[in-house]
Design a protein around this ligand. Structure first.
Ligand SMILES: [Zn+2]
Length: 175
């Protein structure tokens, strides 16, 4: 099961039954017609760059507790992805950022091997150069890394892939 599932209708408390709705079997309420759609989650991640360095955070929560990843989090209802990323950066490391472009879209793999949604990765940079980093919220540490000082204990396969490509791009710039 990729997500916690409703057993009872959240509106009228009747036990849900499998209904085939819009080409899939979904839990539905026989009394009020409520249908439980497994809507995908959206997470945003920042590839934050400054002067040949990249920002990584050591995660204080699972998945990947104690390991290094790019900062980010889940989008809230009512937000656009860029707003969510700016909010997460402010909450996690006290940094205001300017977002330049969407870099990549990954499947969201968390506690379940089945993708629960998507991760949008944006390239961004600090609004104020060399602004101090304040690790807080669900982040234990935050540091700038050069290609030579990158940590090896990374939280996600996608972190490795993004860093490999970032390092390759830095090498291209130098030569
Ligand atoms: Zn109902």
């Amino acid at each position: 099961m990729s997500q916690p599932d409703y057993v009872f209708c959240p509106y009228c408390g009747v036990q849900l039954e499998p209904h085939t709705i819009l080409h899939q079997v979904r839990p539905g309420c026989p009394r009020c017609g409520f249908v439980h759609f497994h809507n995908p989650k959206v997470a945003v991640v920042g590839q934050i760059e400054q002067d040949g360095r990249i920002l990584l955070v050591r995660r204080g929560i699972n998945p990947g507790k104690g390991l290094w990843a790019m900062p980010g989090g889940y989008m809230d209802a009512g937000e656009l992805p860029e707003d969510a990323l700016r909010r997460e950066l402010s909450e996690e490391v006290g940094l205001e950022v300017s977002i330049s472009e969407l870099v990549q879209i990954y499947p969201l793999v968390s506690r379940s091997p089945v993708s629960q949604g998507i991760v949008l990765v944006y390239r961004a940079s600090p609004l104020v150069p060399d602004a101090p980093l304040i690790a807080q919220d669900d982040v234990e540490e935050a540091h700038w890394f050069t290609p030579a000082t990158l940590p090896v204990d990374l939280a996600f396969a996608s972190t490795r892939e993004l860093l490999d490509r970032w390092v390759a791009r830095q090498n291209t710039k130098v030569s």
